[in-house]
Structures are given as C-alpha cells and as structure tokens.
Design a protein around this ligand. Structure first.
Ligand SMILES: [Zn+2]
Length: 345
C-alpha cells in the first residue's frame, strides 16, 4: 500500500508548499510540471514558496497529456535530478508528472488547480495514445495540496465533472462485488466502503457542491482524495472504476469529440445503475442537481457513438469483469438501456 503522507486542503495553502517539502525531507532541486493556463495563479506562488524555503526550482510547461510529453519530462528529470516532481494544474499536468516521476523512481506531489477527476490523488494515470486505453497504475502522490480558492475559480464544468466521477463509484463498487461473487476476485471491504462513502457524500451534498462555496469545494476535493486513497488501499483502480468507466473510455474511442472524463462516466453510471437494477433515477437526479450532463445531447455526442461505445465497452479491458459480462451488450440491449434511462431519445 502506497498512501499519501500529507493532504492539505484549504484557502491560500500554496504558500505552505515549501515548508511541507522540507518536512517531507526533500532538498536541492524540485521540478514543477505545469501549463500556461495556471502558470501565474498556481505555479508562480508555489515556486515562490519553494524558493523561500531554499529550493532550486525548475518549471516545465506541458501542453497535452501524451507519451512524447512524458518522455520529455523524463529527460528533464534525468538532467536535473530533482528530489521530487510536482504537478501544478489540471488532469494532464498531473498525469504527465505522475507517470514520468514513477518511471524514474522519483516521488510525486500533486497540486490540483481544478477538481475534475479522482486522478488528483490516485496512483493511476489515464493517457491517450498509451497502449492501454484505460487507467493504469503509476504511483500514489506523496502529498496533495489543494487550494480551494484557486479551484473555485476553475470553470464550473470541471468541478461538475469531478462530482460525476465520484458519483460513478455507486456502480463501480457494485461491479467489484459482482466480480468477487462470480470470478472470485479479491474484494476489499474497506476500500469499497471508502469509495462508496465518497459517492454518497457528494450525492447528499449536491446542492452545496453546486454553490461553489468553500464548503462545497472542500467536500468534492475530500471525496476525490478519498477515492484516490481507496485505489491506493486496493492496489488498483478496481474500487473506483467499473463498467461506467469502461463506457467512458469506450466513448473516447468512438466519439469524434469526446466530453470530459467525469461527464462521460456520469452518464455511464446512470445506465450501469439501471443494468444493476439499482436506483438509476437517483443518480440522474443528483447529476441534474449538480449541473452535470445526464444524456447524449448534454454530452454533445450523437446517439450512434454512444450506442457503439456501450457495445464495445467490455473489450476495453477484458480482465475487468463488470455488469456488462464477458460478451458485452448487444446493440439492441444497448439501445434498450439508453432509451429506458432517457440517455437517448
Ligand atoms: Zn474516473
């Protein structure tokens, strides 16, 4: 089990990055992976705090989440030999820094500027163009420092997407239990309960989350961190990624213009809850309350791509048994569940 040693969530906490790194025993140089959008609001205060604590700081601006970009950061790590690599930014920055640091055996520290998915605190990475079209293990962040003031200023769509990713645990945990019963797969009560509790917390507090208040942001950030910890405890993404995620990853393949990760997972959760015979209306209502997409039209994806994704989702990751079974859904069954849940008309 690899777990984060420190989680700091609050307003104006970026000024504490330097002292936190000292406390964690880092010294010498630190590499910051960031992007041009958050350079001034996030990377600048982090850099200042690190310099005040006597660190040598090197910043690297990345553009998209891609393997060539990961290699570039790895070359920089070889050159600079930093004591820790930190990501200051959104999903791409975090994925790139997490994977490149893991590949080079250097600790990783996560400083999210948006709460768009559970990758901010998890040991897993999701990257297009990688040989795996789904999330895979890299390493857990040694610490997570989340400034709710900065996250509150990120576009609301990102926060709503993060909520949908957490709500997805409602079905991913059911899939895990199913795989345990049918395939005798290892099942950990603690990790499963932690993931499910995060989903329930966000579902219960949908209105507060939507208000973008400090409490609302804190709720979603803490839920995302708990999901990351659940994955660290399980040693895989199992507690947090079931058929709703396979569907989301499949949409990335079939749709010419995919939506955000959490948005696709949210819509997948509605349909997978229906397949499980669970309360899918509750999921739909919660997502609506949050202001997240609940159907094909709101995702901006044509029905035909969505149906195709449902029929190929089981092939994305054949080792992961879910409610979709080993043979997946037929076209007819896919249309039936999508129509029954109002995801397509
Ligand atoms: Zn996810």
């Amino acid at each position: 089990m690899q777990l984060p040693r420190e989680v700091i969530v609050g307003k104006g906490v970026l000024s504490r990055v330097g002292e936190t790194c000292r406390r964690l025993g880092f010294s010498g140089s630190i590499l910051i992976v960031t992007d041009s959008n958050v350079q001034s609001i996030g990377a600048a205060p982090v850099g200042e705090s690190l310099k005040n604590s006597g660190f040598k700081v090197q910043k690297m601006l990345v553009k998209s989440s891609s393997i060539p970009q990961v290699r570039e950061v790895e070359r920089e790590i070889e050159k600079l030999k930093p004591s820790v690599v930190m990501a200051v930014g959104g999903g791409s920055d975090i994925d790139i820094a997490k994977l490149s640091s893991a590949n080079k055996g250097i600790p990783f520290l996560s400083i999210p500027t948006a709460a768009s998915h559970d990758g901010i605190a998890s040991p897993v990475v999701s990257m297009k163009g990688h040989r795996k079209p789904y999330s895979f293990m890299a390493q857990s962040p040694i610490a997570i420092i989340a400034d709710v003031g900065i996250i509150a200023h990120a576009p609301f769509r990102l926060l709503a997407s993060g909520c949908s990713d957490v709500v997805g645990k409602y079905t991913s945990v059911r899939d895990w239990k199913l795989a345990h019963r049918i395939k005798n797969e290892y099942y950990g009560d603690y990790a499963a309960d932690l993931a499910l509790m995060s989903a329930r917390l966000v579902m219960r507090n949908a209105r507060i989350v939507k208000s973008m208040s400090e409490t609302g942001i804190r709720t979603i950030v803490e839920a995302l961190v708990s999901c990351g910890v659940a994955m660290s405890i399980a040693g895989s993404s199992r507690p947090c990624s079931g058929a709703e995620h396979l569907f989301g990853h499949a949409l990335d393949v079939t749709a010419p213009h995919p939506a955000l990760h959490g948005e696709q997972v949210g819509v997948g959760t509605i349909m997978c809850a229906h397949l499980h015979g669970a309360n899918w209306e509750l999921i739909r209502d919660v997502l609506q309350r949050i202001g997240a997409p609940t159907n094909a039209r709101e995702l901006g994806i044509e029905s035909k791509y969505l149906i195709k994704a449902l029929t190929i989702a089981h092939k994305i990751r054949p080792d992961r048994y879910t409610i979709l079974g080993e043979k997946g859904l037929t076209r007819k069954a896919a249309e039936r569940v999508a129509k029954a849940t109002g995801v397509i008309e």
